[in-house]
Design a protein around this ligand. Structure first.
Ligand SMILES: [Zn+2]
Length: 115
């Protein structure tokens, strides 16, 4: 099976195949907003807070992310490839979808091991 990736969603365009939308308008969005989007956090801070919340949710419900398993995740953030092309300095993770994909990978590995 190919590893799911983060893909770019362009508003009003069709979603890339085999992907699920995780933008703020969906229930998978990151509720923490960056300063440049009218919020009060840096990108890094938004992602840290999101990551912490997600860990808490997964403790309560280990199946929280199951319905995203196997899908590419689409967000309006630029992909690593696009960032590179624009020569932006960026660190990983860049988007909350990166965090989802990492967690999903971890969970699936753990489940495979425990049978
Ligand atoms: Zn994003």
């Amino acid at each position: 099976m190919t590893e799911p990736i983060r893909v770019r969603w362009i508003p009003y365009k069709k979603l890339p195949p085999n992907s699920k939308l995780v933008t703020r308008k969906t229930r998978w969005g990151n509720k923490y907003k960056m300063i440049k989007h009218g919020g009060k956090y840096s990108r890094e801070e938004c992602l840290k807070r999101f990551d912490k919340d997600l860990d808490r949710i997964l403790l309560r419900n280990p199946h929280h992310l199951d319905e995203l398993f196997g899908y590419n995740l689409a967000c309006s953030c630029m992909t690593a490839g696009e960032l590179k092309m624009k020569d932006y300095k960026h660190s990983y993770p860049h988007c909350h979808a990166d965090i989802y994909l990492d967690k999903i990978k971890e969970i699936r590995k753990r489940r495979l091991r425990s049978g």
